[in-house]
Every structure is written in C-alpha cells, then in structure tokens.
Design a protein around this ligand. Structure first.
Ligand code: 4AD
Length: 469
C-alpha cells in the first residue's frame, strides 16, 4: 500500500495513533494502538461486538472486536469513533489483523434513521449525488476521491519527469481565449447592474473567470521550452450534459520549438498512458471497486486503450467515414461543421475503441490562435482533438499561429486586433513556433473509471441551475 510506504502521518506524534492503512498490513501483533474513524458495520454475536471501522486512508476497514454489553447501544453505522486496543492476528482468512478494543469513545454519533445511507446497501451514484455534503462517506465516493487525488499527483509527476515547468496561470483574466463567449464575468457583489461612472469595472476593464490558461502559457514559451498548468476552469455552458460542467479542472501544456502536430499528440498519448499506469498501480483496490460495481468490464476496455497505439485520422477523412456510415445521426455530418458527441463516439467505435486523434479541422471552426495550414481546396488549421471511447472529446489542442502577418490579418478580420496587441507582440520578440493542448481532468477520470456522468467524478459539481454548498 503506497500510503503506508510513502507517507509521514502527522497523527503519529503520539506513537500509538495509527492510520488503518498502516495497521492492515502490520504484523505487530500485541502492539497497543489507537485508531480514529467511522463505523462501517456493526454486528453482535452473543457478548461480542464486531465492528468495521474505516478512516479514509484506504478502501478496507479494520475489524474491531469489543465487549457487546458495554458498547452495543452507542455504536451505530456512520458514527465517528476513537478506539484503543491491541492488534491481534485475525482468525479469518480474508484479513491479517484485527483490533481487540480496550476502550471505545464515540466522538460523533449518527442517527441511523435520518442518515441517507444504509448499512450494507450499495447506493447508486445517482442516489449519492443528491447528498454532496455527505457522499464522501460512502465507500464508492471515498474511492473516487482517493483516485482523483492520486490522478492529480500522477499528472503533475508526468510533467515534472519530462522537464515541464508548472505555471500558475490566473483564474481572473481579461481575455476570452476560446472566443466562444462562454464567459463568467466578475464584479464585486452588489455591482451586478454593470459599471457606471461612479462605479467603473473593479479592474477598470471587464474581467472574467478563465476559460483556458493557454494564452498565458503561450507567453511562457518565450522563455521556457515546455510549460504546463493544472487548475480550475470555467465555462458558462448552458448544458446539462453528462460531460459538461460550469467549473472543471483542465491540464494544459505548451511546447516551444515545434512545427509538428505529432510532437503535441505524442505528449497527449504519453500523458494519458503514463498517468493511467501510475494510478492503476497506486490505487488498484479503489479502481477495482469502480470497475466491479460502477463499470463492469471496464478494465478490459482500459487495457485495450493502454496497449494500443492511438490512431490518427484527418477531419476530412472522419467526415467521409461518418457520411458513409449507416448510422442515423441526429445531426447530419457535413464538412465545415463541428463534430457532435454522437459523431465522436461513432468514430472511436469505428476505429476499434482505441483513442483517436482527429487532426486538421476546418480553419473557420478554430479560434484565432490556431495555425493556418494554408491548404486547398479545403482550408484547415493544424488543430487536433483526442477522442476516447464512451465520452468523445478528451483533449483539444493545436499548433499556434506564429507568423505575425497571418495572425494580424486574422485578428483584424475578427475585430480582435486591439484586444490582442500584447499577443501580437509575443511574435515580435524572439518568437518560436509552438503548440499545446488541454485535457479535461474530469473527462479523463470518466474515461479511466468508466463513469457515465461527469458530476460523479468531482467533489462539488457546478452546472447550470446548480451550485449547492
Ligand atoms: O477543447 P478546449 O476548449 O480547448 C481549450 O480550451 C484549449 N485552449 C486548450 C489548450 O490548447 N491549451 O478544452 C479542452 C478540454 C476539452 O477537450 C474537454 O476535455 C475539457 O477541456 N472541457 C470540459 N470539461 C468539462 N466541462 C466543460 N464544460 C468542458 N469544456 C471543455
């Protein structure tokens, strides 16, 4: 268990206080220890009380054996307890150790009648979603949170190991990187009516929550070969879909000195595979629980993705495939139109359920920064989306337009030239060809765990008409 081998536990100041993940693999029978956690099950057999206690450090619970007469009435499912006792070799095959309790203190009791989770019941993700303030107490969501934490570390380690410098890009910004108009504008509370002469914008200019840290990362490619950022991102999408949130986490990377889209797709594929392997080895029990109860058979699908080289198809070929398919799409595929989720899912299936890079999108579909391929008869940009089974788009990226004149003329056409004067300047002082991508962290978790709804992989989901807590 990596938690045991890698961690210094702060509660160890008193040597007898331990985490359950440490105890479960311990062979120190006879040792006196103290644990703190929550009761997962209670069963009494004559004078003996058997408890399972979990403290969030691992999926498994520790069996505690106690005097039924003393503790039967005060210990209920969900209550918080502090238990001191002696570690004993367990007579049961499935567990190495159990705790013979000397004293049990109830720190916080739990009324089983009102508590929304019932002992020994496996509640669905939809059910526990109704209790955002309590769902971390369920076994399933506890696993998700440990996996999410480990996934975040695995991603950061990938970038560190590959020489990327982490940049803390701002949450508050004056630009609309994607130009899609899905911005949340911010003003101090009470100024919702907008600026007036007496009360101008707080920042003097309209300011927004970031939709992407890309432009700030691009600034950094003027001084660093590889940079990344990983943080909350906001989009005012009026969508109730299973893959959109108003607040999500995005991993973004930017690579300098490259003219090749393949350099970008190589990093995307390596990031996906390396981080996933790391999570599978560090959180195997938690991932297994997900694959068993939430997405049966998903481990095979995931292994299939990890074993195979990701495929590549051009947007033009993809539209051809869609047009020649026998599918009854709600949206008719047409060159020049965005691929819909139904198209993306079909394309991945068509390519054997291996993640698929779709490259060279119509120039007019992509934001001002995408590099012009200057091709004919169809005019495309050096942009790429990574599509994955069951979800569709996981990553979006491109080479960035580094040629000053082309960039100027595009910004002029879109009326953005004045706003992006500073961006044009980047191309004037030691500019280098560069490109990058962004990966939605929640969609990544959905993909590796086989979770259907994005709201089930983030602690506190925010989406239109919902900002609970
Ligand atoms: O494709 P997108 O819009 O790309 C960008 O923002 C680029 N500026 C990134 C870059 O090149 N640095 O978003 C990237 C990814 C999507 O592929 C998707 O996985 C995720 O971010 N994403 C969302 N995830 C959840 N909810 C939403 N509303 C999302 N919008 C995008």
């Amino acid at each position: 268990n990596h938690l045991v081998s890698n961690c210094k536990f702060y509660c160890q100041k008193s040597s007898s206080k331990v985490r359950i993940c440490q105890v479960l693999s311990s062979q120190e029978f006879g040792k006196n220890v103290q644990i703190q956690g929550w009761v997962r099950s209670v069963r009494s057999q004559k004078e003996i009380l058997f408890l399972h206690v979990n403290d969030g450090s691992t999926l498994q619970s520790l069996q505690v054996v106690a005097n039924a007469e003393l503790y039967k009435r005060c210990l209920t499912f969900g209550s918080a307890v502090k238990i001191s006792g002696t570690l004993e070799k367990s007579p049961h095959k499935k567990q190495l150790v159990e705790l013979q309790a000397d004293s049990i203190q109830v720190i916080g009791d739990c009324n089983p009648v009102d508590y929304p989770f019932k002992i020994k019941e496996r509640h669905s993700l939809e059910y526990i979603r109704q209790f955002p303030h309590l769902r971390c107490r369920t076994k399933t969501f506890g696993s998700l949170l440990r996996i999410r934490s480990e996934a975040s570390t695995a991603i950061q380690s990938f970038f560190k190991d590959n020489g990327f410098v982490q940049i803390h890009t701002p949450v508050i910004t004056s630009n609309d990187c994607e130009g899609a108009g899905e911005l949340f504008q911010i003003e101090p509370a009470g100024r919702e009516q907008g600026p007036s002469e007496d009360e101008p914008h707080f920042f003097s200019v309209p300011a927004f929550l970031t939709v992407s840290g890309q432009l700030h990362l691009e600034v950094m490619t003027g001084a660093f070969p590889c940079v990344y950022t990983f943080g909350p991102t906001f989009r005012a999408e009026n969508s109730q879909s299973r893959r959109h949130l108003a607040e999500f986490y995005m991993v973004e990377a930017e690579i300098a000195f490259t003219h090749s889209l393949e350099d970008i797709t190589t990093v995307m594929e390596d990031l996906f595979k390396t981080a996933t392997e790391c999570i599978l080895s560090r959180c195997s029990e938690d991932v297994e629980l997900y694959h068993k109860y939430v997405a049966p058979g998903h481990m095979d699908r995931l292994n299939h993705m990890l074993k195979n080289k990701f495929k590549v198809i051009s947007y033009t070929e993809a539209v051809d495939v869609l047009k020649h398919s026998q599918q009854n799409f709600a949206f008719r595929p047409e060159w020049g139109c965005d691929l819909q989720t139904e198209h993306e899912k079909y394309l991945v299936q068509h390519c054997g359920n291996i993640p698929l890079f779709v490259i060279n999108y119509p120039y007019n579909l992509k934001p001002f920064y995408a590099r012009n391929n200057e091709d004919k008869p169809q005019h495309t940009a050096a942009a790429v989306d990574l599509l994955v089974p069951g979800i569709g788009e996981l990553c979006g990226g491109s080479l960035r337009e580094e040629r000053l004149e082309l960039l100027k003329s595009r910004l002029e056409k879109t009326g953005l030239k004045d706003t992006y004067q500073w961006y044009l300047e980047l191309r004037q002082f030691g500019s280098v060809p560069h490109g990058g991508f962004g990966m939605g962290f929640e969609r990544y978790l959905q993909c590796i765990l086989g979770v259907d709804n994005i709201k089930d992989v983030i602690p506190f989901p925010r989406f239109s008409h919902s900002c609970v807590l």
